[in-house]
Write a protein of this length. Structure first.
Ligand code: AKB
Length: 313
């Protein structure tokens, strides 16, 4: 059985990843770590960890007997534009520490990249797996450097590094913070709470998205995949849907006919969104490890609204 250490375990992905991993591998085999203290309602091994503290990261991984590292702690795109130096130190410092600890302790390694690793000169439609990557955001610079570092640790040290490029992730459990795609989560909350939403992303701006259950399954499937079939290993394009604000609004309207949408564009997040692809091509992930997404926009909307309704009541 795997012994998995997760950083950023209280973040948007981490908080659900922990539950998924504990159901697959056993509660005692998954160590959740985060810079904040865990909600007392959550059960299982938990330790406080600042990912920029390499010694503590090493000690926790060693004491737990971890054989797998899932490094999720990172600052998202919009927040990273506010604080670029802090983003560099946290995103790159945390990743280097996680890679080094994993090398020293011979651990399998996962970290997510993002559609943010692409830039304005990247082909916008059906963005290929291997293509031009000249991002114009600090987050994107971090993600490209991270993808290259993970490849480097595989080629140089033979480390079993694996990763995906996630699109915007949508979930009813933990809310994202500081991302550009967060509107596609906020909209469901506001639809139920106020019956209307003002989008900070302009009409017509397409971005890739995925429902969290598909994202979590993708992580497990990639980590379990036969290594001999992996040509890319890191930064696989994965996506389930591509939409623009009026399309998610139309999907919500099918469930809440009185729902109304308005726009008040935030220039910073709009500029980031404009620099990202409209839709990425996940063929390499499908061919090399059988990536599959089960939720399209309407199926996700029905599930999101029904789960959120229970949560908000
Ligand atoms: C963000 O918007 O920053 C993230 C991402 C696409 O990486 N959700």
């Amino acid at each position: 059985m795997k012994k998995i250490m997760v950083t950023g375990a209280l973040g948007q992905i981490g908080s659900e990843l922990i539950t998924k991993l504990r159901s697959e591998y056993g509660t005692e085999n998954v160590l959740a770590t985060d810079i904040r203290r865990m909600d007392s309602a959550t059960e299982g091994p938990f330790e406080i960890l600042d990912v920029t503290d390499a010694n503590n990261m090493h000690a926790l991984a060693k004491d737990f007997g971890a054989d797998t590292m899932m490094h999720m702690a990172a600052l998202l795109s919009a927040k990273a534009e506010d604080e670029p130096l802090f983003a560099w130190n946290l995103n790159m410092g945390g990743l280097m520490n996680a890679l080094e600890v994993s090398r020293e302790l011979d651990m399998q390694f996962f970290t997510p990249s993002s559609i943010g690793a692409f830039g304005p000169s990247t082909p916008k439609k059906d963005t290929p797996q291997d293509t031009l990557q000249r991002p114009t955001t600090m987050y994107g610079v971090n993600k490209v450097a991270g993808e290259l570092l993970c490849d480097y640790y595989f080629h140089k040290f033979g480390m079993d590094t694996r990763g995906v490029r996630f699109p915007g992730l949508i979930s009813y459990v933990a809310q994202p913070g500081g991302g550009t795609t967060d509107y596609a989560v906020d909209i469901y909350y506001k639809a139920l709470e106020e019956g209307k939403y003002t989008s900070y992303i302009a009409e017509g701006t397409r971005m890739d998205m995925m429902y969290m259950p598909d994202a979590l399954q993708a992580i497990v499937d990639l980590m379990e995949a036969d290594p001999t079939k992996l040509i890319h290993r890191n930064a696989f394009n994965v996506t389930a849907m591509s939409f623009e604000p009026s399309e998610i609004a139309a999907s919500i309207k099918k469930q809440i006919p009185t729902f109304e949408m308005a726009y008040d564009v935030d220039p910073v997040r709009q500029a980031i969104a404009d620099s990202w692809p409209d839709s990425i091509d996940p063929t390499a992930a499908i061919n090399e490890w059988g990536f599959k997404a089960n939720y399209d926009l309407d199926k996700m909307t029905v599930d999101m609204l029904s789960k959120l309704k229970i949560k908000l009541n």
